[in-house]
Structures are given as structure tokens and as C-alpha cells.
Design a protein around this ligand. Structure first.
Ligand code: SF4
Length: 292
């Protein structure tokens, strides 16, 4: 028998962490998949082991950061501090200098997106929820900060903002909206083959009702909504046809730039190069992302 892979050991150990076994939703679930929040809100038993190596890497970096701050940080810093907001538990990474700080580990692709577009709305809402919970404990919070650590390169960027109670309220409103829906009506916010669903502890319960040997999306089919579903598909098909016409036009215009035998062209974007690759009798045009 071959020794199990390292990732098999990592996933097995991760499944026994208290956080992985927790049934109830937490602040870190807010603005995530609404269906998953609803499963957790009903304290549903996990139908799958769940977990992902990416999440395990994030947990390990959090643990290393916690150790480092406990070892070298000043006194008076709160680290991995448990809070509760309107009955929803959470654990904030750090409170220091009247600032609530949340660490996020991201891929190079996400990191680049952060540099271009700023912090994720979901992360802003969550960190303001931690801040609100802390103010309710009597702590003074002036600002919030998101530290994004690129787990591929080690680069870090942070986003600071004054504490905004309205953002926390946005998170609470999101929870109330999810709770106001009958469970069957709560949307599934990810595709069955997405990384999120593949690592979700409710995957079988969520998508398991699919018609055997048909699309996994049949799990979401409602016979009472068959007309709306068919109409929506018709609209999407119309939009796709229009988009295809537009795509052909834009690609055709850019063909003026194509090197004769294919290759890359810099059009002045900080994000990408255009690349033509021979394909059949013509050329395929793709976008090549630029490294941050
Ligand atoms: S399987 Fe996917 S859609 Fe379903 S609850 Fe989990 S993350 Fe959401």
C-alpha cells in the first residue's frame, strides 16, 4: 500500500478542527453563498467532509501570524478574539491601535484584482461587523483594515478605512434577507463544479437532488417555475447572440494590430497584452495577464 499523499493528511486533519466541525453560521459566512448560510442557520448536519488545500494554507498562515504577533507584538493587542453580533459568532484576527484588522490570504490573480479595484465588499462588510461587535463589548474602534497577503509571492497590501457601522448593518440586513426566504427559495450562489461547491460541506445535500444522469442543475429545478426558467433562458440566448456579434466586430477591429505570423501586442493596458495564436486557417485572440 502506498503512503497517503500529504494533501490527504492535511484534509483529514482539517476536518477535525473545531471550526470545520462547527454547524452554525459565522460572520465569515456573511455575503458568501446564501444557500450555505441557510444550511448552517438550520444547523444542518454536514453531508460531505468538505475542505480545500487553499483554505488549509490560509488557516496555517493565520496560525503563523497569530504566533508571531503573540511573540513580538505589544501588550494590549487582541488576537483571534471571539465576538458575537446579533447572535452570529465570529473571530477577529487582530485589534490594535483602535483598529480592527482582518488578514486575507489570496492568490496572485485576486491580489492583482485588489490592487486594481480595492478591497472586496464582502471583506469590508465582515471587518466592520467585527468592529461593531467589539464596540458593543465597550472597545473603542476608529478604523478597520484589511491585510491582503499574496500566498504565491509573499507581497502584502492593506486597505484602511474609518469604521463604518452602516457596512456592518449591510451584513446584518443580508442575513435577515436570507432568513426571510423559505429554505427552498434560497439561491445557490456557486456552480456545482466551482471550487466553492467542491469544498462545501453541504455539497451532496445541496446538489444531490439532481435527476440521475442529467445536469446537476436539475437539483434547482422548480416545476412551478418552468415557464420563468424557459423565458430566462430565451433572454440569455438573445443576449448571447447580440454579444457574439459585438465580439466579432471588436475582434475584427483589433485584427489590424495582429503581427503577420501571430504574437503579442501591448495596447497600453497595465493588466494585459493581446496575443494572437495560429488556429486552423486563422488566429485565436486571447488576453495575457501581466504580472503585478
Ligand atoms: S454546494 Fe455550492 S451552492 Fe450549495 S451551499 Fe455549498 S457553496 Fe452554496
Amino acid at each position: 500500500m502506498n503512503a497517503p499523499s500529504t494533501s490527504a493528511y492535511l484534509l483529514l486533519a482539517d476536518r477535525h478542527r473545531p471550526r470545520s466541525m462547527q454547524l452554525e453560521p459565522g460572520i465569515s459566512d456573511v455575503l458568501g453563498c446564501r444557500k450555505r448560510f441557510a444550511f448552517k442557520d438550520r444547523l444542518s448536519e454536514h453531508s460531505d467532509p468538505g475542505g480545500s488545500i487553499i483554505a488549509i494554507l490560509g488557516t496555517a498562515i493565520h496560525a503563523a501570524a497569530e504566533r508571531a504577533i503573540r511573540l513580538t507584538g505589544r501588550s494590549g493587542i487582541l488576537i483571534e478574539h471571539k465576538v458575537t453580533l446579533d447572535g452570529i459568532p465570529g473571530k477577529l484576527d487582530r485589534y490594535e491601535d483602535k483598529t480592527v484588522i482582518d488578514l486575507k490570504t489570496v492568490s496572485s490573480w485576486r491580489f492583482k484584482s485588489m490592487l486594481l479595484h480595492g478591497a472586496d465588499q464582502q471583506h469590508i462588510v465582515q471587518v466592520d461587523m467585527y468592529a461593531k461587535a467589539l464596540t458593543e463589548e465597550g472597545y473603542e474602534v476608529e478604523s478597520v483594515r484589511l491585510d491582503y497577503l499574496n500566498r504565491d509571492t509573499g507581497k502584502e497590501v492593506d486597505f484602511s478605512a474609518p469604521y463604518d457601522e452602516r457596512m456592518a448593518q449591510l451584513g446584518l440586513d443580508w442575513i435577515n434577507t436570507v432568513r426571510s426566504l423559505p429554505f427552498e427559495m434560497v439561491p445557490r450562489d456557486f456552480a456545482p463544479d466551482s471550487t466553492m461547491c467542491q469544498g462545501c460541506q453541504f455539497r451532496s445535500a445541496c446538489w444531490g437532488g439532481a435527476v440521475p444522469d442529467r445536469s446537476p442543475y436539475t437539483a434547482a429545478f422548480e416545476v412551478d417555475n418552468q415557464l420563468e426558467t424557459a423565458e430566462a433562458l430565451r433572454q440569455v440566448r438573445t443576449q448571447l447572440t447580440e454579444l457574439k456579434v459585438e465580439e466579432t466586430r471588436l475582434r475584427g477591429e483589433l485584427d489590424a494590430l495582429r503581427p503577420e505570423y501571430g504574437g503579442t501586442v501591448d495596447v497600453g493596458s497595465p493588466d494585459f497584452l493581446l496575443k494572437w495564436t495560429p488556429k486552423g486557417r486563422g488566429f485565436a485572440l486571447t488576453f495575457v495577464p501581466l504580472e503585478s
